[in-house]
Write a protein of this length. Sequence first.
Length: 163
Amino acid sequence: MSKYHLAELNVAELKAPLDSPMLKDFVDNLDRINALADASPGFVWRLQGEGNDATGLRPMGEKIIVNFSVWTDVENLRNYVYKTVHVEILKRKREWFHRMTMPHVLWWVPAGYIPTVAEAVAKLELLRTKGPSADAFHFGEIYSAPDAHDANAPTTFPDACPA
């Protein structure tokens, strides 16, 4: 078993305010999708603001919302993202959010460690400026945990996102 967990940050630029009719379906599904994450195998932690989600926290500007969580491994996170009803919401992202370059980042943290939002934003910026590496990567090019035998060799997945 690895001594590392997988941290993930994804960001989205809102097309309208959260309380607008345009984002009603997105907002109405937040509790359901967050509860699914919380109950999913491999889930460790997720960022929450005053409510049950992180939509009120805006570390990257007023129009950018963040989702930030920690999982035991890539497979459990991938299963939650792409093999549960979460994918239904993911497929509708263009209704609610503007297209962004590199909207998510993954990286390994020691098990039991919860990274800060500032660390997460820095990892996203590292990925955007330097490309995938063992320090910051995405679902299309995954690096194994630092204690894995193949830690420096990425696994590439074509067209990782079905949305």
